[in-house]
Design a protein around this ligand. Structure first.
Ligand SMILES: Cc1cc2nc3c(=O)[nH]c(=O)nc-3n(C[C@H](O)[C@H](O)[C@H](O)COP(=O)(O)O)c2cc1C
Length: 221
């Protein structure tokens, strides 16, 4: 009996310790799958806009852009962007500097849950801008969406060609961000000019996951 009580206490203590240390993912509001802007209109109006305003985005707006980039759209886990062999070599991060209800930091987007996992606390926008050759839009925009590549997910099947496929896929996902931004009356820029290693360090992205493409986004100034 005494042994059982001791065991019970050990179990209860372990569970409460786990509850304290386990960091919960942040659920994003359900994304919209309809709008009044047609695909044709979004294509016609798509433009690179470097004058992005500093005002905060809502969690819903940030989530909508992330969903457009890599959201899951069917029961098999397939996404808004095509993926060679459905192997999904991209990881998506958001450097959030000014999002209502979200602590500034770097978060990993979890497509299957439409949720965010905190990777690094704090506003990294200025450091990320420095890694992107000082491009001011990166420092000013309320969020920047970042794609990194996990090549082994795809090179196992496609060899070195998988590296090219990963970059093609990032192009698809990036265009989705552009079109979603038009539909929301927002602005974005495809940023390819950055120091990969510096960006990786600033963001706290795991080693062996090179940063491939960067998209500051926000309201038009
Ligand atoms: C791969 C790639 C990398 C780019 N890198 C940058 C960049 O680092 N900074 C920037 O301001 N624009 C960058 N751009 C945006 C281009 O300058 C822009 O697309 C071009 O001027 C055409 O304008 P549009 O997008 O409005 O059609 C990049 C675009 C692509 C496709």
């Amino acid at each position: 009996m005494r042994k059982n009580i001791v065991l019970f206490f050990i179990l209860a203590m372990s569970l409460s310790l786990y509850a304290d240390t386990a960091v919960k993912n942040i659920r994003l509001p359900k994304p919209d799958t309809k709008s009044r802007v047609s695909v044709e209109q979004a294509l016609n109006e798509r433009r690179t806009e470097r004058l992005i305003g500093e005002p905060a985005l809502s969690l819903k707006e940030a989530g909508q852009l992330l969903w457009a980039a890599q959201g899951v759209t069917d029961g098999r886990g397939y996404r808004t962007a095509p993926s060679a062999g459905a192997l999904f070599p991209l990881e998506t991060y958001v450097a959030a500097g000014n999002v209502s209800g979200l602590e500034p930091g770097v978060y990993r987007y979890i497509p299957a849950e439409h949720a965010l996992a905190l990777i690094k606390k704090g506003d990294v926008r200025k450091e990320l801008s420095a890694a992107a050759m000082g491009q001011r839009v990166v420092a000013n925009a309320p969020i920047t969406i970042i794609f990194s590549a996990v090549y082994p997910r795809i090179t196992g099947r496609y060899g070195d060609r998988g590296i090219m496929y990963t970059h093609m896929e990032a192009g698809h996902a990036g265009q989705n961000i552009y079109l979603q931004a038009v539909s929301m009356g927002m602005a974005t820029v495809a940023v390819g000019a950055f120091d990969e290693k510096q960006a990786q360090k600033v963001l706290g992205v795991p080693a062996g996951e090179p940063v491939t493409y960067v998209f500051p986004a926000g309201k038009k100034r």
